[in-house]
Design a protein around this ligand. Structure first.
Ligand code: HEM
Length: 147
């Protein structure tokens, strides 16, 4: 199928990761399922992209420094912006689509598997019932979506 197309390279540098993320978030921000969550969260890509790039650089290439707490952050987004399983499913569709369009190789394949595992972990975390005390310290909204 793809034999007539130029060969795609693997993800090898931070520049590659930034190219992947700009393409991915370009699509995600205007996606009918994901867009509203980013709008509610007032996600500013110029601020967040370097942090997200560091996260993926550390995950995929073992370089760069990332010291954030994505689990807690997305749990907070579940409470404040309605982040739920349906968003992770669509996120993964776009992630796979963007990766396949731009890269080919073992690291690109790993990026798919890693995201899938993280999405499963984040969904579990979001849907896990927790005591009111812990919930109220993380959520600014008075009620929680789940749990
Ligand atoms: C496996 C799937 C996902 C991964 C690996 C992931 C990863 C990340 C990372 C690393 C950050 C940066 C955290 C930081 O600043 O330290 C982030 C931020 C963010 N993510 Fe995700 N994410 C995922 C799914 C989603 C989904 C489905 C949505 C919503 C549609 C979403 C919305 C956001 C938003 C709004 C922020 C910025 C939050 C803020 O204002 O600080 N993410 N994500």
């Amino acid at each position: 199928m793809r034999s007539d197309l130029p060969a795609l390279g693997d993800i090898e540098s931070r520049t590659d990761i930034e190219a992947l993320l700009w393409a991915f978030y370009g699509a995600a921000l205007i996606d009918p399922v994901l867009g509203p969550v980013f709008t509610i969260a007032e996600m500013d890509l110029a601020t967040h992209l370097p942090r997200i790039a560091s996260f993926w650089e550390a995950t995929l290439l073992g370089t760069g420094t990332y010291a954030g707490r994505p689990m807690q952050l997305h749990r907070h987004l579940a409470a404040t912006a309605g982040l739920a399983a349906v968003h992770f499913e669509q996120w993964l569709v776009l992630w796979r689509h963007t990766l396949t369009a731009l890269f080919d190789g073992p690291t690109a394949t790993r990026a798919v598997g890693d995201a899938q595992r993280m999405a499963v972990g984040m969904i579990r975390d979001i849907e896990k019932p927790r005591p009111a005390k812990e919930t109220s310290s993380l959520a600014t909204a008075p009620e929680r979506m789940a749990g």
